[in-house]
Design a protein. Structure first.
Length: 623
């Protein structure tokens, strides 16, 4: 599509200020048929050969969302509600995928499971992560326990950290300043500050990367009250990764990271125990270290990934507590390709999880697993796997998955039919069994069955549409009444997702998704039955990009802890704007964000503050 004269004059005017324009390689211009996905099989396969509708967040998309958090970015994807991501920076984050809860979502960082054994749902706290350290994210929705084990019942979020530059030394510097204000206090004062610096490179066969980031936010109270007091949030991240290629067949890497955040929180002070502004604090500190080795041979590879995590958390309030936890995870697996049709992976995953409550408590998992992928010449694809969960407290449970798909090749693309039947095993967490609040050592593990069926249409011209129905049956669902207990009746959650991406016009990208989620029996808090996202991205000229994003969240149910009754929360809509420009041979990028443009007033969590219209300005320098 030819640019109009007005746009051409605008770009020429920008150039007069000395900006050296270069062609921006936008990921939306890459043919969608060439997209490669990994997480659903651990092999690099074309999207057309995958039996899942995998969400892939590329480095380009991350760069087009600088200034956001990882939770905010993931929250724009179908089937996902990251509750707390629109509130004060220190608000607890809950990842609800397809009507599930945190305990059913597994997060990987560079292929290794990460979680916190001392947290109620054993989840990984996304508030610890810095989006600026991430290369890409893949999200598998649905059961993936055969490849990834305990808790991978509704989704696996596979985070890959930034790649190392091929140059001897390369640097990246990011700085963002913005407002942090509510709907009724639009003062536009600077209250949010983000900085990140990373240095990396390749010296012959040796690679290195190191980074430091900090994030500070002030200005909002966690509680929505008549006389709010400020609850600041501060975080810093330190990362170091070293690698060495001993030969073309063998490589080894080691990494270490330190992530810490501190936030003021509000709570339920005695004697009234009514939710109010308080001077409470929450501190979380995580240390991670690990090694990865890969031996490549003619038709495959053998890999061992091992990681150690130490977590210390402290809550300072009327109900003060401290938590100490450790985990040791080892994943050893062999990948072998018989030819370009049969791909196999066989491995064993070991996890040792320890947490300190009144006494030190622990459990271990030792899981052998096998997965086979078949890609035929006539359109049939088959992904089949099995895993034997050996839990030190609950014995052995076998989980399996069957994921067929069939492709109809078209002149300009393909049409795909896909389906899946998978089982999952979710053991009670240490906190649920032995923790400080509502512990129940007699809990039984939860077992799920997930069924999916869908369609995908993809063309070389830049159109992709997919629709999928899902149904998940839960047995022994872990719920909380006066304490943790297993539900006496099975729960069934079902719904459907529709996604579309359109790149039919040069430099213009349209994306949209809609999710319908319904619990057939019972109540799920804070999960919308209807949710929709839409985005428009446009390359105004060679190095100038702008986007408009829209999100609709339907009615939800939440608990009013002042009366201990459930209330319906009204639907809301949000509109965000983003603009960026690169200059000096793409070494410098300036960008601006405007979130909640129309200053929508809403509750994300009943009684808690949400952000109004906010503005941020940033600069990114690559050397």
């Amino acid at each position: 599509m030819k640019k109009t004269n007005v746009i051409g004059m605008l770009c020429a005017g920008v150039s007069m200020f000395g900006f050296a324009q270069e062609q921006l390689a936008d990921s939306t211009k890459v043919e969608q048929l060439d997209e490669v996905v990994i997480s659903d099989s651990r092999f690099a396969l074309k999207r057309e050969n995958s039996g899942k509708t995998i969400i892939k967040i590329s480095r380009q998309e991350i760069e087009n969302n600088q200034g956001r958090s990882i939770s905010e970015l993931i929250n724009t994807k179908s089937g996902i509600e990251v509750n707390g991501s629109r509130s004060a920076a220190g608000q607890n984050i809950s990842s609800f995928v397809r009507g599930g809860n945190n305990r059913q979502v597994l997060i990987l960082i560079d292929g290794i499971q990460v979680n916190d054994p001392s947290l109620v749902n054993n989840e990984f706290d996304l508030r610890l992560m810095d989006l600026n350290t991430i290369e890409s994210i893949e999200i598998i929705k649905g059961a993936a326990s055969t490849l990834y084990g305990n808790a991978a019942a509704t989704a696996v979020i596979n985070i890959t950290t930034k790649k190392v530059s091929k140059e001897k030394i390369s640097g990246n510097f990011l700085s963002v300043m913005g407002t942090n204000q509510t709907q009724d206090d639009l003062n536009y004062n600077g209250a949010s500050f983000t900085n990140n610096v990373s240095i990396n490179g390749t010296l012959n066969k040796f690679t290195y990367t190191t980074s430091f980031g900090n994030h500070y936010v002030d200005g909002l109270s966690a509680a929505k009250s008549e006389t709010p007091e400020k609850d600041p949030f501060s975080r810093y991240n330190l990362n170091l990764k070293l690698g060495y290629e001993f030969s073309k067949a063998f490589e080894l890497s080691a990494y270490a990271s330190l992530d810490r955040f501190k936030t003021d929180i509000d709570g339920f002070p005695p004697p009234s125990f009514a939710f109010a502004d308080t001077n409470d604090e929450f501190i979380s500190k995580q240390k991670r270290a690990g090694v990865s080795s890969k031996l490549t041979y003619k038709s495959g590879s053998f890999e061992i990934n091992a990681a150690f995590t130490e977590i210390n958390r402290e809550t300072i309030s009327a109900f003060s507590s401290t938590n100490e936890a450790e985990s040791y995870v080892v994943d050893a697996f062999n990948k072998y390709s018989f030819n370009n049709k049969f791909y196999t992976i066989v491995g064993i995953n070991y996890g040792d999880y320890i947490s300190l409550f009144a006494a030190e408590e622990s459990f271990t998992n030792t899981d052998p697993y096998l997965n086979v992928v078949y890609v035929s010449d006539y359109g049939l694809n088959l992904n089949v796997g099995g895993r034997l969960n050996n839990h030190s407290e609950y014995g052995s449970h076998f989980v399996y998955s069957l994921n067929p798909s069939y492709i109809f090749n078209l002149n300009e693309g393909y049409f795909k039919i896909l389906g899946s039947y998978a089982t999952s095993f979710i053991a009670p967490n240490l906190s649920q069994l032995f923790g400080f609040f509502g512990a129940n050592p007699d809990l039984e593990p939860e077992e799920n069955i997930t069924v999916e069926g869908g369609l995908e249409f993809n063309t070389k011209k830049g159109l992709r549409v997919n629709a999928l129905y899902f149904n998940r049956s839960e047995e022994n669902t872990i719920i909380y009444n006066t304490g943790y207990e297993n539900a006496t009746t099975d729960a069934t959650v079902h719904g459907f997702e529709i996604e579309a991406q359109v790149n039919l016009v040069e430099d213009l990208t349209l994306g949209t998704n809609y999710t319908y989620t319904e619990l057939k029996d019972g109540v799920r808090l804070r999960i919308p039955k209807h949710k929709a996202n839409a985005s428009v991205g446009y390359d105004i000229c060679e190095n100038t990009f702008a986007s408009l994003n829209y999100q609709y969240v339907g009615e939800r149910t939440d608990t009013n802890f002042s009366t201990f009754t459930n209330e319906d929360l009204s639907a809301f809509s949000l509109v965000d704007l983003y603009f960026s420009h690169k200059f000096l041979k793409n070494k410098v990028k300036v960008f601006a964000n405007v979130t909640n443009v129309f200053n929508e007033d809403f509750f994300e969590i009943l009684g808690y503050t949400t952000r109004g219209r906010n503005v941020s300005l940033g600069m990114n320098l690559n050397l």
